[in-house]
Ligand binder design. Structure first.
Ligand code: SF4
Length: 403
């Protein structure tokens, strides 16, 4: 029996053949793979643990959706970033992933300076799989580590340990990934400031050993009413860190990561210089993107639309949108405020005025002065930025600009 690469008929050259040197606006492509090995207690994403039952059919339908949606355009779209998100795309049988990726490449023009990310969890990273991910052109691996404390991982319902996370980084680095992202989480039940500091310190030790780690996404736990964790540990329980501890956790995160060379460029994202996630930057800068798969959202101006969130509906009818919304000037303005204030570069007031005809320093003078006086907001070089004190209350501050 041949290797997995032979069995799947992997041809690395096909990627190079699909690439082109074209100066075009940045457009991304998102592909949603909804399968997970288990359901984490905090998650309300559109995921399914029935990979065996639905995996093959899902991938066939996804390929059909890619072909049909992209064939509607007069020309193949020029794509510079591709993101396999989920779910756990790393769980997918390599044969299916290769087929989907091949179909995508046939229907787009991939720009030479591409970024192709794949999300996975530590326990799915095997040497053989990781090698094939590299061979088919994935050049950024995003690993859901969440915590280096095993009891916190158990409380979240994660199916891996901190040892699995370290092993996954070692394998990914060994097979040639030189742009690895680690996901971390704070504000967890049972987590205090010291255990969070220990997790961050373990991460920094690992990042020093493996300079291939270039990026960190660190999210404060936010639970939707549908998250199973709420039933297990109700909101308001003492098990969750207090607001003060949550703020201290964020401060420690920002300071420790910056000292380790990971600069914050968005509230929840940190990168070594030049390794900011280009796919996400495109979202935050209100750029266009195609999207395929159950519950996937696309933005091809002027419409944002989404596929069916129900796996069954999507499998029956992958080309009908569940939602479709015209992004008019009002909505674009709202999003520019929300996204701009989350970025460390801040909201560009001059550009905002050019785009929406509104001088925020005029229309929101009072609130801006109040926020600056409380050291929650800073106004420098024609930009408005959240301070470190403003970041934990970002949603409240943003809300002030939406009125
Ligand atoms: S692995 Fe990720 S997508 Fe899957 S259930 Fe857990 S949090 Fe949700």
């Amino acid at each position: 029996m041949g290797s997995e690469a032979e069995r799947c008929n992997i041809r690395p050259l096909s990627l190079r053949q699909a690439c082109a040197e074209v100066k075009a606006p940045m457009i991304g492509a998102y592909l949603h793979i909804p399968f997970c090995a288990y359901k984490c207690h905090y998650c309300d994403f559109a995921t399914s643990t029935r990979t065996e039952e639905f995996g093959k059919r899902y991938c066939q339908i996804l390929e059909r959706e890619i072909k049909d949606r992209l064939s509607e355009a007069a020309d193949k779209p020029h794509i510079s970033t591709v993101f396999y998100g989920g779910g756990t795309p790393g769980l997918l049988d390599i044969e299916y992933l290769n087929q989907i990726h091949g179909t995508l490449l046939k229907n787009i023009v991939l720009l030479t300076d591409y970024e192709i990310s794949l999300e996975t969890n530590p326990e799915t990273v095997t040497r053989e799989k990781a090698k094939i991910w590299r061979e088919i052109g994935i050049n950024r691996l995003s690993i859901g580590i969440q915590s280096f404390n095993d009891s916190e991982l158990t409380a979240l319902g994660r199916g891996h340990s901190s040892t699995d996370a370290i092993k996954a980084i070692e394998i990914a680095s060994d097979v040639g990934f030189d742009n690895i992202n680690c996901d971390l989480m704070y504000g967890l039940p049972g987590q205090n400031l010291t255990s969070w500091q220990n997790s961050i310190n373990s991460f920094i030790k690992l990042a020093n050993k493996y300079p291939q780690i270039k990026h960190v996404s660190a999210y404060g736990l936010e639970l939707s009413p549908a998250a199973p964790l709420i039933k297990m540990i109700p909101l308001g329980s003492n098990a969750y860190p207090s607001e003060e501890v949550f703020e201290e956790q964020l401060k420690y995160l920002v300071t420790a990561l910056e000292q380790a060379g990971f600069m914050q460029y968005e509230i929840s994202n940190f990168a070594k210089s030049g390794y900011e996630c280009r796919h996400n930057l495109n979202y935050w800068k209100q750029g266009e993107y195609h999207a395929f798969g159950v519950s996937a959202h696309r933005y091809i101006k002027p419409y944002r639309s989404s596929n069916w969130r129900s796996l069954g509906r999507y499998l029956d009818d992958c080309l009908t949108n569940e939602t479709c919304e015209l992004i008019d000037q009002d909505l674009a303005r709202t999003e520019a405020v929300m996204l701009g204030l989350r970025m460390n570069d801040g909201l560009n007031l001059k550009l905002f005025k050019q785009s929406y005809g509104e001088d925020l320093l005029d229309t929101h003078k009072e609130i801006i002065e109040k926020l600056i006086a409380h050291n929650l907001l800073a106004h420098t070089a024609d930009r408005l930025k959240l301070t470190i004190l403003g970041q934990p209350v970002a949603n409240t501050i943003i809300g002030e600009f939406l009125q």
